[in-house]
Design a protein around this ligand. Structure first.
Ligand code: HMG
Ligand code: MG
Length: 295
């Protein structure tokens, strides 16, 4: 668990999942594996490598079991995956994921569009997933999407975020990642959200997951650091978005997150040059695929 008084920050690399799930192009297995291996060699200790969701909903994440079977499993690295239901969890456990994540939302409409059920139904669906994962000795992360706005409903009350976050913690999630899915947060709205959440949830249980659509993700990270958060999600090369949130651009780039953290004297244990090289690698893969498609 991160120490919120300290200078150590946990970086959760979500590029191979949040990044690639939104690519229009189909990224070959070998490139996904190479990307993940480059990221682990760069010192990233938490890598969201896969997503066991319906391939009809998110075709880009089909083949997640093959990804998990083909990556180099570096000791000390936590390779995690999204698991929306028991079917996904069983696949993730069979694939040997070190951690899994359930993902809910603070917006009813987004919940329906993203996982085809209401917020209350999603919590009922997650409960047995979390229980079974914990029984198998696998920790569970909980995501709350749309914490700073919804692509369908607009503004979201911080209390709605807190309600879902508390429910996920109560069922056994060890950490809640607060997702600014469409990247419309500002330091002001981030402060309002965190003031409400931190009244009931310790900062070490919260993570910031800022998409960078509005270009404010680094400013939001700085604000969240000042308020005691020590875990942040980011995607190498700023890859990503969400297929059910049109207009959502990529996550905060891991390169930018590291630059911000290191400049402010925080330690991450991550090698910037290695991450930059991984970023160049995946950009080249995507540009080659685009060229092939256009030809
Ligand atoms: P559903 O259609 O309601 O599910 O989808 P169902 O239980 O009725 O099953 C329908 C079919 O899906 C069946 O197949 C199942 O086998 C299959 P059929 O009989 O028709 O051939 N199915 C599955 N297949 C593989 N793996 C599974 C699975 N579950 C059912 N786990 C469901 C419900 C949740 C499955 C669907 O809506 C889904 O997969 N949604 C995924 C959406 C998604 O991945 N969104 C992106 C990730 S969230 C995100 O990006 C936000 C985040 O980054 C934070 C932030 O930025 O805010 C985390
Ligand atoms: Mg996201």
């Amino acid at each position: 668990m991160p120490d919120t008084s300290g200078r150590r920050v946990k970086v959760v690399e979500v590029g191979p999942r949040d990044g690639l799930q939104n690519e229009k192009l189909s990224v070959p297995l070998g490139a996904k594996v190479e990307l993940i291996d480059r990221l682990s060699r760069a010192g990233l200790r938490f890598i969201e490598a896969a997503s066991f969701v319906s391939p009809k909903w998110v075709p880009q994440m089909a083949g997640s079991a093959e990804v998990m079977a083909s990556i180099e499993r570096r000791p000390g690295v936590c390779y995690s995956a999204l698991t929306p239901n028991l079917q996904g969890l069983d696949a993730a456990l069979a694939a040997g994921c070190d951690e899994v994540a359930v993902f809910g939302a603070a917006s009813e409409t987004f919940s329906q569009r993203n996982i085809n059920c209401s917020v209350a139904q999603s919590l009922d669906r997650f409960r047995p997933v979390v229980q079974k994962a914990l029984e198998a000795g696998v920790p569970v992360r909980g995501y709350v999407s749309c914490v700073l706005g919804c692509p369908y409903e607009g503004d979201i009350a911080p209390e709605a975020v807190l309600h879902v976050a508390q429910a996920l913690l109560a069922m056994g999630c060890h950490e809640i990642s607060l997702g600014d899915t469409i990247g419309r947060g500002t330091p002001e709205s981030t402060r309002e959200l965190l003031e409400v959440c931190l009244r009931d949830i310790p900062g070490e249980r919260l993570a910031g997951h800022f998409h960078d659509t509005g270009g404010m993700a680094q400013a939001n990270v700085c604000l969240a650091l000042d308020m005691g958060l020590r875990t942040f999600d980011s995607a190498v090369a700023g890859l990503g978005g969400c297929p059910y949130a049109e207009g959502a651009s990529g996550n905060l780039a891991t390169e930018k997150l590291l630059a911000t953290l290191h400049a402010r004297g925080y330690e991450t244990g991550v090698d910037m040059a290695g991450v930059q090289a991984a970023g160049r690698y995946i950009r080249q893969v995507l540009s080659d695929l685009r060229r092939q498609q256009a030809a």
